[in-house]
Structures are given as C-alpha cells and as structure tokens.
Design a protein around this ligand. Structure first.
Ligand SMILES: [Zn+2]
Length: 286
C-alpha cells in the first residue's frame, strides 16, 4: 500500500477530485493532508529557477554557513519570498479544511493537525482535532512561523503521551533537530524534506534515534538528495511524501509522477521501497 505522508490541501491550486485522480493513477492509496500554510503559490518553469534550486541544494549540502543564510532569507515579515515573489504565510492554518476533506473522502485522506504555538493555541484545541476521524498527528512549522523548537514543548509532550507522531519543518535554529528527541525520547518525529536545512548533520544524528524519521517531500529535494538520505539512514527511516500542491505550475496539474520516481529509481530491492512508500508510515500511525 502506498501512502503519501505529506501533502497540503489548497483547492485554489488543486481540487480534491484531481488529487484522487492523481493518486489513483499512481497507485497511492492514502494521502496525509495538512492545511495550506501560505497563499496560492504557482511557480514558473524556468531554467533560472531550476538553477537557483540547484545552487541552494549545493550550498546547504556543502557550504551550510552560506546555505543557511539564504534559507533564513526566504521568510520575512510573515511572507515567504521565492524567486522574487511574496506569498502570505498563514499565522493560524485552518485545520477545518483538512477535516472537511477527510469527511468527503474518508477512505483516501488522513490528516495532520497544523499547529502554530505562537498563536497560543491550547493543547486541548489540538486534542479536539486529534480526536476527529482520520487525524493521525501534528504538523509544526518553526521555519515559516518563526519560533524556537522549545515552543513545541506542550504539544510534543501531549503527542508523546498519546503515541502520535509529529511532522516538523525545521528552521535554521542551531541543533534544533536534537531538542525534541532528547527531551521526548518516545515521541515519533518525521523531519520534513529530509531534514532541511540540516541534511547531512541531521542524518548522522537521526541514524541513532529510534523514533526519528525523514520524508522525501518537496522540490527542495531532488533524486540525488533522496538517494543520499536513504544511503545514510537506511530504508526504515525514510517516508515517501510529495508536499504538493506546492511546486505546481498550473491549476489542477500536479505532477505526482516525479516525486514517486525519486523512490522508484533508488537502487534498493523492491521490498525495501515498500517500506519507504508506505510501511514505515503505517507503523508510525498504528
Ligand atoms: Zn509541506
């Protein structure tokens, strides 16, 4: 069974019906949804943009002191700045959008509860969503919402007690990937985008952390980074995800094939790919 562990709902970009169609075509049984994190964001298909992405990856991997500076510059004053465009970041992501999608397609969608601790959302409010059908864990975005990882203490404690995972898009806060595993050793954690912006350093650390994983999602990555992550971490610690609809060029035309091909093209046995494509995630939400 193939499960996409990281996808956003934003029907201004991709309708639920089109998502189901794309999932069917690519044998994806279920997708774990997250509320939209920012305003509608279509991208250009330009060589210039691809060149920038390539350079960014190179710097993060090889000259992180420069790469991290660029990364930090992507978020400013509540906006995400990409390729000369600005997109409003939603301070309080609307989890009802995810609840509605699950109601409409309960067999196809799961849900992450998106939390921004800077909005002083109570643990009780988060629990209310976690008790709704289909919700499987909590999404946190210290990068776009600009807070220290320590702000996640209450929600991390709650998730650890409930045995529910968290999926986290890290900021560049030094060593922040160590904080939750050290303080909540039983907490199941997925670091989004293969642990961006730390990659190699994070993989070295995560290797020895039994409850910490990474996903393969987003255009921040490419096949080579996914390959490096799997080589470094092993197939039991990597989870397939797309991070769609971000990266789209046109309304209702999401390219499901590319992200899946990053896993399909790995030089590992098929039964190991099955773990990356779904079994690892199923074990986490069991
Ligand atoms: Zn995402």
């Amino acid at each position: 069974m193939i499960i996409d562990c990281h996808f956003h709902v934003d029907e201004t970009m991709l309708t639920l019906e089109k998502m189901i169609e794309g999932m069917d075509k690519n044998d994806v049984t279920k997708t774990a949804l997250i509320a939209p994190m920012n305003g509608t964001m279509f991208e250009l298909d330009s060589i210039f943009q691809q060149g920038l992405q390539h350079l960014f990856r190179f710097l993060i991997l090889n000259i992180p002191q420069i790469g991290l500076g660029i990364y930090d510059g992507l978020v400013k004053d509540g906006y995400l700045k990409l390729y000369g465009n600005s997109y409003k970041i939603f301070t309080k992501p609307d989890n009802d959008i995810v609840a509605t999608a699950i109601d409409r397609f309960p067999d196809r969608f799961l849900g992450w509860v998106a939390v921004n601790p800077m909005t002083h959302v109570s643990v009780e409010e988060v629990e209310l969503y976690l008790n709704k059908p289909g919700f499987i864990g909590v999404k946190a975005h210290p990068f776009m919402h600009e807070y220290s990882i320590k702000a996640l203490d209450p929600v991390a404690a709650m998730c650890e007690t409930k045995g529910m995972p968290m999926i986290i898009h890290l900021s560049s806060e030094p060593d922040s990937y160590k904080y939750l595993p050290e303080n909540y050793p039983e907490l199941k954690i997925i670091y989004a985008h293969a642990g961006l912006p730390f990659w190699k350093k994070l993989w070295n650390y995560v290797k020895n952390q039994p409850n910490v994983f990474v996903d393969t999602s987003s255009d921040y990555l490419n096949p080579s980074i996914v390959k490096k992550a799997v080589e470094s971490l092993g197939y039991r610690k990597v989870l397939y995800g797309c991070d769609g609809p971000y990266g789209m060029k046109k309304f209702n035309e999401y390219d499901y094939l590319t992200k899946k091909s990053w896993v399909d093209s790995l030089q590992i046995p098929d039964n190991q790919k099955e773990y990356i494509l779904g079994k690892n995630f199923l074990a986490l939400i069991d």
